[in-house]
Design a protein around this ligand. Sequence first.
Ligand SMILES: Nc1ncnc2c1ncn2[C@@H]1O[C@H](COP(=O)(O)OP(=O)(O)O)[C@@H](O)[C@H]1O
Ligand SMILES: [Mg+2]
Length: 234
Amino acid sequence: MSFLKAEGMRGGYGNDDILNGCTVEADKGEIAVIVGPNGAGKSTAMKAVFGMLALREGSVTLDGRDLTKLKPTERVAEGMSFVPQVRNVFPTLTVEENLEMGAFLRRDDISGTMEEVYGLFPILKEKRRQPAGELSGGQRQQVAVGRALMTKPTVLMLDEPTAGVSPIVMDELFDRIIEIARTGIAVLMVEQNAKQALEIATRGYVLQHGTNAYTDTGEALLANPEVRRTFLGG
Ligand SMILES: Nc1ncnc2c1ncn2[C@@H]1O[C@H](COP(=O)(O)OP(=O)(O)O)[C@@H](O)[C@H]1O
Ligand SMILES: [Mg+2]
């Protein structure tokens, strides 16, 4: 059984089901990537795993513990951390204040974790006194990822971390995400840059209409002619 397992998720907004039996998993040290067309329900699946959406069916377990009924803050206490697709930093707060906000649940000394985040993203240390809103798009995404790491998560969930950044900045972010996974964190990530993301994915999911159209290793999905033609632009 996988470390993180979200199984048979069904649910949506109001009475409409957006997720129709979606299953995603990630093990420690692994990068699991969800790709799929706009509106497929990728963000909805991430929200459901994090508890921002009540499920009508299905379950979310972490290390064998059933989290299905827990609120997002309770899931953070269980080890989950989530970087949403939009509004993932506080633009008027400084970089350092954003990181401090990320650690709001902690009562212990956070300075060591902050140094780890600055080690991963050195530019953030330089800019720690600047409002996050003044940073470039790629740097803001670093702040968002750094903030999520401040809880010392065992599962890091990222919804389109490379949205709107240049290819070079995307490659750099992916390298940092690989580094994060190597520390033993389970990474579950949604990506529009599907080909590049599947290249670093141990596990990949193609989501369509709220259900798993294809589930395989990243490598196998990239090699699948059907997946390439339909979802990866050939
Ligand atoms: N807050 C919301 N209220 C109602 N419908 C929503 C909401 N967010 C997303 N949707 C709808 O759910 C579907 C899936 O959206 P989403 O999960 O954001 O897709 P993706 O991330 O794959 O692009 C879309 O049809 C979208 O319009
Ligand atoms: Mg989305």
